[in-house]
Design a protein around this ligand. Structure first.
Ligand code: GLU
Length: 426
């Protein structure tokens, strides 16, 4: 009982997602020797905007939604980061996600700072018309925050190219012009980049292959479990399986499936396409509990759904030897310590899921160029960039004798520190 209470209390210390960011920042800052002044700059987001958005619902009643945008840093360039539609969106979550974007962009070596936005809503319960009105009203409310040289949104959980197209439309109308580079993740054909849709999952695949190589393991000899079958998880599962990795478990918010011989990912993708985007009812495996996926007997675990799923308790039971974080913040700081103790290699979110924002950057470059690249070119540049980022983090992990997570923070801190010092604090 005493132990149980203790675990709960420890976990509670990090109920705040932003505290979980600071916990890692503090460790990395200490190991790296970051100046207190620079650490303090990064501890406080540059700007936080909160808006109330009245939306005329289909039933004729007005509903007020809470919208957020946090600009964590613009030291290395205009701020970049997605917009999330979910019921748990709040100031703390958006703040944490914005800080991770600063570090993610720095690790990926992009000329961007970090930001994040969100609206507290349940998009699954809203009509297309309601979502369009909400997105456009949010964009109008944030019209002075966003900008191609200022702050550039993108899709995140609960949003996609459709919302980005609405966002561009509203932004263009306010600013009386054509500004495709105000957001990324747009549909192909209206300023979107080929390869952007699959980019985060592709980055997960590249990071997995790079890690396997360091571990002297062949993709053909290992198995994986992928949590989440949305934009990140589905592409990741497909690409891992295309590269010879046996994907034994997949799951989304409706159901989780296990097949020891490997799930036919292309069949699962077809099933989801024909079944309103959800896995429930898929017959290519036996149904298991979502939690069982995280502790399944596989070599690689890919959490690519929600934050805080690998808690201390789960970490104690993880059997995988490699974790690739497709989601943002899937592992709690308490779990970090346990995984380290168990010698499980964790390729952290700010490295592993950086493929999405990397291709966002390519999209933004193409928009500004007015010249569009082939998918092969995008993928080639993406893979090279991911591999370079992986090497930097891996080398820092050796150099500072620390985990990949802390090494990723150190990699980012070095760049952001340089920017802060070069620009000067007055
Ligand atoms: N929402 C994605 C992320 O968390 C993409 C951000 C972007 O492309 O700006 O990395």
């Amino acid at each position: 009982m005493a132990t149980e209470t203790k675990t709960t209390m420890t976990e509670q210390q990090h109920d705040s997602m932003f505290d979980a960011v600071l916990a890692r920042l503090d460790v990395a800052a200490k190991i790296y020797g970051l100046s207190e002044d620079v650490a303090n700059v990064l501890r406080s987001p540059q700007k936080q905007v909160q808006v109330s958005i009245p939306v005329m619902m289909d039933n004729g009643k007005v509903q007020i939604f809470e919208g957020f945008r946090t600009i964590h840093s613009t030291v290395l360039g205009p701020s970049k980061g997605g917009i999330r539609y979910a019921m748990d969106v709040c100031e703390d979550e958006v703040k944490a996600l914005s800080a991770w974007m600063t570090f993610k962009c720095a690790v990926a070596n992009l000329p961007y700072g970090g930001a994040k936005g969100g609206i507290k809503c349940d998009p699954r319960k809203m009509s297309v018309g309601e979502l369009e009105r909400l997105t456009k009203a949010y964009t109008i409310a944030m019209a002075d925050v966003f900008g191609p040289d200022r702050d550039i949104p993108a899709p995140d959980m609960g949003t996609s190219g459709r919302e980005m197209a609405w966002l561009v439309d509203a932004y263009n109308k306010v600013h009386r012009g054509d500004y495709p580079a105000v957001t990324t993740g747009k549909p192909v054909g209206m300023g979107g980049s080929l390869g952007r849709d699959a980019a985060t999952g592709r980055g997960v695949m590249v990071a997995t292959l790079a890690a396997l190589k360091k571990m002297s393991l062949s993709p053909n000899d290992v198995s994986a479990a992928v949590q989440g079958f949305g934009n990140v998880g589905a592409h990741a599962a497909r690409l891992l399986s295309d590269h010879g990795i046996i994907v034994c478990a997949i799951g989304d918010h409706t159901a989780t499936y296990w097949n020891e011989k490997g799930i036919e990912i292309h069949a699962a993708l077809r099933y989801v396409k024909e079944n309103n985007g959800v896995l429930k009812g898929f017959t290519g495996g036996v149904e298991i509990k979502n939690e069982e996926l995280l502790t399944a007997d596989v070599d690689i675990l890919v959490p690519a759904a929600l934050q805080n799923v690998i808690t201390g308790d789960i970490a104690a039971n993880v059997k995988a030897k490699l974790i690739i974080e497709g989601a943002n913040g899937p592992t709690t700081p308490e779990a970090d310590a346990i995984l380290k103790e168990k010698n499980i290699i964790v390729v952290p979110d700010i490295l592993a899921n950086g493929g999405g924002v990397t291709v966002s950057y390519f999209e933004w470059v193409q928009n500004r160029y007015g010249y569009y690249w082939s998918e092969e070119e995008v993928n080639m540049k993406h893979d090279a960039s991911m591999n370079t980022a992986f090497e930097h983090v891996w080398n820092n992990a050796q150099l500072y004798n620390t985990t990949m997570r802390i090494a990723a923070y150190i990699t980012a801190l070095k760049k952001v520190e340089l920017g802060i010092k070069a620009k000067g604090i007055y």
